[in-house]
Design a protein around this ligand. Structure first.
Ligand code: MOS
Length: 711
């Protein structure tokens, strides 16, 4: 193991394995999740979703339902309070996806058309299922394809296009060219804990008890949407059973606030698993064309990456898959472009490594194809194309230890013994192959505030509006605070998930722990100065506050990323088309690792998700109805225990030079490149390129019988 062992603190809590500080509460059930916290006078809302993919609501037949047992109200576009659906949220763009019951238009199958509220959840559900809604149906288009005539270029959260040099001239002059189209399907995050919120008014303040990735974020969006004073909205979210990008402001919180306001009592709305498939966001399918032009020695003359994703007619969300090439590889001519097409489908959203996950599949598979054409080892090809500065930006990298990851990974995986020729190794009926791919993900920090109290009993309390969505962030911050205070971790209590703690970055963009740790470190520095004055601690303790806005704003412009090298070994049964992953190894350069135990869990979890992405996950939309086939975790396949072999994740020393703790962030990089490594291994096993995910048995079979690449 190569865990960082910097001696920057007396206690050295950072860098040593710690079980979760709330672990006992979670396994004993003492930790309550949003949908199970009791409230007096609690009423239950059940959402009714549209059964047509496009059209208008003609009528909502409420009278029969209002006479059903326990029913308190039915909210719909005809009677719900008006909200400001054009507000600009924390992340910069208006997003009316959660602005429910505002109009009669139905933009997709599964759009919320009503909320039935009743005394019990069962009564609400029964009434919701009995509610008759009449629609005026219109023709819909849910068919995503590379050639869709309505596709257009769009920026999203990064520029749509980057361009350098004369692409066509460099391609024409290239000794070797790869020109291929890769596709990835619609994928869903579906965290284990469904979205759930309870809204209530308490002493003139609106309180929402929720499961989300940032309570300040959700609170500010609710305040904006309902035109409330931000100080009058409090959102809490203490324990979160997974988020992956899906847990921001969504229909359930808005519906709960509307109902609680009207009924003057607490109202809880929980999404069902099936509802999550249209209300929780998802990853858009992509079609990506890659063109690589290289000299005979593999050095790139041309790199072209164009990606198309879809979004809804409600909100323009872009899955920016072409962004990853802007970081990874340079070429004399460089072109990347993201396009989108608006269809009659639910709004997609951030899903773990948005852009990088599907983008890395295409880029890293294309690199493998180029390696084959050049007759160069895939790792050596990456060495030859390692950029010195940002390929598009020209900016220096804060640190870039990609090659160290490949060196360490190759050594541990046994890469040197690999025969590059495909289709040669066998184990009985199984064809065996190995593959590799690179990974990267942005390493940033967002402004955050923290409060730290030296208590009279010698302990310390940290209050920071962090979100622990299962990552172990609460534990990581405990370790960071302990080191910064030079005390043992058991003297530190970290309280999170409450918008009243003040603004802080969200659990998103792999920036959570780094952003919060920065604020905690700053507060600890100030508190230690105060304690050094030696005036004694009064009964209420001594509290200091920190705000990292200025420090983070002063960071120099650089390319800031984590990197990694993914390795996979697969076995393919050519008679059945079955692909089994036999082992995976990921070596990451992802900053200083705060807690090796939970960090390994994060990275391995991402890699397992890569297995899922490579072999299983695919939400299939029915063109006729516009809805999903099998919108549940039986119909939507994810890697199950038997699909997951030995998966190892480790890291090389890579402290971030510009971070007070050396952190970069590890939330998302684990999935990046993982599917490409598996697809490349399938090629090595069979000699067949699979450019369309997932690599299903039928695709393996038909490709083998066609003797070429998969369709
Ligand atoms: Mo992540 S997709 O930024 O929650």
């Amino acid at each position: 193991m190569t865990t960082t062992t910097q001696a920057t603190a007396v206690t050295g809590a950072v860098g040593t394995a710690h079980t979760r500080v709330e672990g006992r509460d979670k396994v004993t059930g003492a930790a309550r999740y949003a949908g199970e916290i009791p409230f007096d006078e609690l009423a239950h809302g059940w959402m009714v979703l549209s059964t047509v993919a496009r059209g208008r609501i003609r009528s909502v037949e409420t009278s029969a339902v209002l006479r059903m047992p326990g029913v308190l109200t039915v909210l719909h576009h005809g009677n719900a309070p008006r909200v400001d659906s054009d507000y600009v949220g924390m992340l910069g763009t208006p997003d009316p996806t959660a602005a429910v019951f505002q109009h009669e238009r139905v933009p997709h199958m599964g759009w919320p058309v009503a909320l039935v509220v009743a005394e019990t959840s069962e009564q609400a559900r029964e009434a919701a299922e009995a509610l008759v809604v009449h629609y005026e149906e219109e023709p819909h288009d849910v068919t995503f394809s590379a050639g869709h005539p309505d596709a257009y270029q769009v920026d999203g959260f990064m520029p749509a296009v980057t361009e350098k040099g004369d692409l066509e001239a460099e391609l024409a002059a290239s000794a070797l060219v790869v020109d291929a189209e890769y596709t990835t399907p619609e994928e869903h995050h579906n965290p284990m804990e469904p979205h759930a919120a309870t809204a209530l008014w308490d002493g003139g303040r609106l309180e929402v008890v929720d499961s989300n990735q940032g309570t300040a974020w959700v609170a500010s969006e609710i305040a904006n949407m309902f035109s409330l004073d931000p100080a009058s909205v409090r959102v809490r979210s203490e324990h979160v059973g997974g988020g992956f990008g899906s847990k921001g402001l969504r229909a359930h919180q808005v519906a709960a606030v509307m109902a609680a306001t009207g009924l003057r009592r607490p109202v809880r709305v929980v999404m069902t698993r099936r509802q999550m498939f249209s209300l929780a966001g998802y990853r858009s399918p992509t079609t990506q064309r890659i063109r690589l032009g290289a000299r005979a020695d593999g050095r790139l003359r041309a790199l072209d990456h164009s990606s198309l994703s879809l979004t809804s007619t409600v909100h323009e969300f872009v899955e920016p898959s072409a962004g990853v090439a802007r970081v990874m590889y340079d070429a004399d001519a460089h072109h990347t472009a993201n396009r989108v097409v608006r269809l009659d489908v639910p709004t997609p959203t951030w899903m773990r490594a948005p852009g990088e996950a599907p983008g890395s599949f295409a880029v890293e598979a294309a690199l493998d194809e180029l390696a084959e054409k050049c007759g160069i080892d895939p790792i050596e090809l990456r060495v030859r194309n390692e950029p010195e500065t940002g390929p598009v930006s020209g900016l220096p990298f804060s640190s870039r230890n990609l090659l160290a990851c490949f060196r360490e990974g190759a050594r541990r995986f046994g890469w040197a013994d690999r025969d590059p020729r495909p289709g040669l190794r066998r184990d009985g009926r199984w064809l065996l192959g190995t593959g590799t791919a690179a990974a990267s993900f942005g390493a940033g920090a967002g402004p955050s505030t923290a409060a730290m109290t030296a208590e009279a009993d010698g302990t310390f309390t940290v209050r920071i509006n962090a979100a622990d969505i299962g990552t172990g962030a609460r534990t990581a911050l405990t370790l960071v605070a302990a080191d910064a205070l030079e005390v043992a971790p058991d003297r530190v209590q970290v309280r999170i998930g409450d918008s009243d703690f003040g603004p802080a970055w969200i659990a998103g963009g792999s920036m959570g722990t780094r952003s919060w740790a920065w604020a905690v470190t700053a507060a600890a520095g100030e508190l230690r100065e105060r304690l050094a004055l030696n005036t004694g601690i009064p009964p209420e303790g001594i509290t200091v506050r920190s705000d990292t806005t200025a420090a983070i704003g002063a960071l120099a412009q650089k390319e800031r990323h984590s990197f990694g090298a993914q390795f996979a070994e697969v076995a393919v049964d050519p008679a059945t088309g079955e692909v089994r992953v036999r082992r995976m190894l990921g070596i990451f350069a992802a900053g200083r690792i705060v807690n090796p135990l939970t960090a390994r869990g994060q990275l391995v979890g991402g890699m397992i998700w890569g297995i899922s992405m490579a072999l299983h996950e695919e939400a299939v939309r029915d063109r006729a109805s516009g809805g999903h086939y099998g919108a549940d975790l039986a119909g939507y396949h994810v890697a199950a225990h038997a699909d997951v072999p030995l998966v190892e994740a480790d890291w090389v020393d890579d402290p971030d030079p510009d971070d007070p703790v050396g952190i970069k962030g590890i939330g998302e990089i684990g999935i990046v490149g993982a599917a490409a490594a598996i697809a490349n291994a399938v090629w090595h096993a069979t000699g067949v390129r699979h450019r369309h995910l997932p690599i299903r048995p039928d695709r393996v079979l038909s490709a083998n019988s066609a003797g070429g690449s998969s369709a």
